[in-house]
Design a protein around this ligand. Structure first.
Ligand code: SF4
Length: 352
């Protein structure tokens, strides 16, 4: 696919990146919300504003100046309590009975850890990444330590499987770095890991302190809970997803993740409604027939043929892959070629 056609499909991202439109978190920070101590009320208010936000976002294509927003009803430059503050408040409650992801450990993470073993948000590195998809670079990529998956072949295992490495930064300091990187030329801020999901509350809080306008990329395995997906709706401009498997058995065996297709499939459909999306699929050796092909078929039937799809061939047998005979090698060029050919036969129009 051409650079121009990606630009057309990611038109919201492109407009925010070029400062012709406000990022979702900016709009959310200007929408006034009612506050309460009652969690049920907070969710009801969130649902009301989520629908309102969607309508506004559809209608407004070129709004950048806050002044223009003020003229629209119920938009204020600095409301006492905003839709973004509401998201933070709900996420902080979720954190105390954690269901950020579908594992729903229900631990109070102020005092303990759940299955992902993530405690304080720790950042293993942050820099202007030039190795992402062409339209995204340079991308200010922030790598969090820890993950809710434990893939035996994890390509980032040194950070994903070591949630205690990295440095803690308070939200204000991280916000300053995001601003500094934006001024230095970053096209977006890209939250990844491991996985960003266990640090959802912290990421939201950080973005309340960012004054620059910048597209937010949620770069994830997409195993979030439905509640967490609702919180991201109206916050993340682009979902950069890692869609790995085409069946539940491989997901359970290689990542120790149950109900993979139901959860990750549902979340892709929600993400498609909420923002823009690039789907990455890493070709795993000997998993073309059981994973790549059924997955591509699923995507074609449930997300359509216009999705941006990046079929990646850079799998390396790292971490514990040597214990699993079938995946203890790099994929062959014929395996990668077969997956690409299958995607073309299905009729995907936007293959990277
Ligand atoms: S992020 Fe997921 S795995 Fe981690 S504590 Fe919360 S629910 Fe559990």
């Amino acid at each position: 696919m051409t650079y121009q056609s990606i630009k057309h499909i990611l038109s919201n991202y492109w407009a925010v990146m070029a400062n012709q439109k406000l990022a979702m978190y900016k709009v959310a920070s200007m929408m006034e919300s009612k506050d309460s101590d009652d969690t049920n009320f907070l969710w009801e208010e969130h649902e009301r504003l989520r629908n309102d936000f969607r309508r506004r976002n559809r209608e407004s294509t070129t709004i950048i100046k806050p002044d223009e927003f003020i003229e629209m009803d119920s938009i204020k430059p600095k409301p006492a309590f905003s839709y973004l503050d509401l998201k933070v408040k709900i996420a902080e409650r979720m954190f105390q009975n954690c269901n950020f992801c579908e594992k729903a450990c229900k631990v109070n993470r102020k005092f303990g850890k759940g299955d992902c073993a993530v405690g304080d948000p720790l950042i293993s590195s942050e820099f202007l990444h030039v190795g992402e998809e062409p339209l995204l670079v340079p991308s200010h990529t922030i790598f969090f330590s820890g993950c809710n998956f434990s893939c035996v072949y994890c390509q980032n295992w040194d950070i994903s499987q070591n949630p205690d490495v990295g440095i803690f930064m308070n939200e204000k300091d991280l916000a300053k770095i995001i601003e500094k990187r934006r001024i230095a030329g970053s096209r977006n801020v890209n939250f990844v890991g491991g996985d960003p999901t266990p640090n959802l509350h912290y990421i939201l809080r950080t973005m309340t302190k960012v004054s620059e306008n910048i597209p937010v990329i949620w770069n994830s395995n997409m195993y979030l809970s439905e509640d967490a997906m609702h919180i991201l709706d109206g916050f993340a401009d682009v979902y950069l997803t890692d869609f790995k498997y085409g069946n539940n058995e491989c997901a359970l065996r290689l990542s120790n993740i149950p109900n993979y297709m139901e959860v990750v499939g549902r979340n892709h459909m929600m993400a498609q409604q909420a923002g823009e999306m690039i789907i990455r699929h890493l070709v795993i050796p000997n998993h073309v027939e059981c994973c790549s092909k059924p997955l591509l078929m699923w995507i074609s039937q449930n997300l359509g043929l216009e999705v941006i799809l990046n079929i990646m061939g850079q799998y390396r047998p790292v971490f514990k892959a040597h214990k699993y005979k079938k995946i203890d090698r790099i994929p062959t060029s014929s395996e990668i070629g077969e997956v690409i050919r299958y995607a073309q036969e299905l009729g995907f129009n936007n293959l990277i």
